[in-house]
Design a protein around this ligand. Structure first.
Ligand SMILES: [Ca+2]
Length: 430
């Protein structure tokens, strides 16, 4: 019997992008980037208006996603680290509850620095695994590995298309099984260097671009995805390619969502869409991530639940540390005692007295950040020195650093104390 009936054990399809900031999506207000399929999914979902990654970098994001714990607790602060053997993972919880667990796509959560087979011990507990560890290849000719075979396979087409085919084939398999599934699909798009098909590049090429106001047009991009080290591209070409890659990703995800409907899985499948972090896109003179700026730190987050009709907008802030407790809650699984985040399932389902977080914490090796409402304070990792303070309500593009402004010293002191208390508590639970 296919597991499509509405019951207490819904399926989970968790789709996430790599380097897609919410600032670059139609449903989050971008005036130009076309994301019609994701916009539709957002309109049918509980959409978080303000979601932050816990850490704007691949591996630490993934370390938190699959443990529900902060970098200071997992020790995963940088790329090329693995989940510790003593951590209880999201897939462990779903396996114990009788779900099948499937991972499709880019993993990037081990100590290997090249595109390789992912060893069983590094798979975070996922039982069916098709993907690869790390590796960027201009999205064309991506290597991957299927299941238990170390045989190297190559994606013949654009990776977003072939990955969607693989995910659809896995959905076919899961739909025939007599148990619920937990399936993650991790796209590498729109991680630069972007290489979208011509039709999507043409949507933006040589058109007037709606840049964010802080873009520095002299910024140069280099170094990723087989670009020669001497080769650089400017903001205009970078942006055309990035926007095209996002629109192509949107089309691919549209196809995946269609498959869910064709198989009749939409009646009992929770669908999550998010990303690990964003990209600066030339703002303040830089590309890439690893900084607390909104362009890099704010991520899309929407969750379509069979019980949500007509969509829901959630203004409470969310962090990627909340993802694990929230999906466990939505699937009616027991909470995992080691997770740190807020279980937002009650809020998503409109229950009274549902918990919400007041502050969001971000961490990286050389900075930490606390956001409360529209106040955003960045500090050194131990919280001893303020680096920047912005009031996003009046300064959404973070142009006026208020550290040193005597009018703000009270708020900065208060947020610093909150951060230090949080850090002490988090360390005590590490
Ligand atoms: Ca990433």
């Amino acid at each position: 019997m296919p597991h499509t009936e509405n019951n207490a054990r819904p399926n989970l399809l968790f789709i996430f992008a790599d380097q897609l900031g919410s600032a670059y999506m139609g449903c989050y207000g971008h005036p130009q980037v076309r994301t019609p399929n994701l916009d539709r999914l957002a309109a049918e979902s509980a959409m978080f208006e303000k979601a932050y990654t816990v850490c704007p970098l691949c591996t630490p994001f993934r370390g938190t996603l699959f443990t529900g714990r902060y970098p200071v607790q997992t020790g995963i602060y940088t790329n090329w680290q693995r989940i510790g053997d003593n951590e209880k993972t999201l897939a462990n919880c779903f396996n114990e509850a009788g779900y099948s667990t499937t991972y499709v796509g880019k993993w990037h959560l081990s100590e290997r620095k090249h595109t390789t087979w992912v060893d069983h011990k590094d798979r975070g507990g996922f039982k069916d695994f098709v993907g690869w560890d790390n590796g960027h290849a201009r999205h064309i000719g991506q290597k991957y590995f299927d299941g238990d075979s170390p045989e190297e396979l190559i994606m013949e087409n654009h990776e977003s298309d072939d990955l969607t085919d693989i995910a659809c084939e896995r959905l076919d398999r899961r739909a025939k099984e007599d148990k619920p599934f937990c399936m993650f699909v991790a796209y590498q798009a729109p991680h630069p260097y972007c290489n979208p098909p011509e039709e999507h590049l043409d949507t933006y090429r040589d058109k007037p671009i709606a840049y964010r106001p802080t873009v520095d047009h002299d910024t140069k991009f280099s170094g990723y995805g087989n670009l020669d080290s001497s080769e650089t591209i400017g903001v205009k070409e970078w942006t055309e390619r990035y926007f095209g890659e996002i629109t192509h990703l949107d089309a691919a995800i549209g196809r995946l969502l269609e498959k869910v409907g064709e198989l009749g899985l939409d009646k009992n499948t929770i669908i999550v869409f998010t990303s690990d972090h964003g990209d600066m896109g030339g703002c303040h003179g830089r590309f890439e991530k690893s900084v607390p700026n909104e362009e890099a730190a704010r991520i899309p987050l929407f969750i379509r639940h069979p019980q949500i009709t007509g969509g829901l907008r959630i203004s409470a802030p969310a962090s990627s540390v909340d993802f694990m407790p929230t999906v466990l809650g939505l699937c009616n699984l027991a909470p995992c005692p080691t997770t740190e985040g807020v279980d937002y399932s009650a809020l998503i389902l409109g229950k009274d007295g549902a918990p919400e977080r007041d502050t969001v914490i971000m961490q990286l090796t050389d900075w930490s950040c606390i956001v409360r409402g529209d106040d955003k304070l960045t500090l050194d990792p131990e919280g001893e020195q303020a680096k920047s303070f912005f009031r996003l309500s009046s300064d959404p593009y973070e142009e006026s650093n208020l550290v040193g402004n005597p009018d703000e010293s009270g708020t900065i002191g208060e947020l610093t104390a909150l951060y230090r208390q949080w850090l002490a508590d988090a360390k005590s639970r590490a």
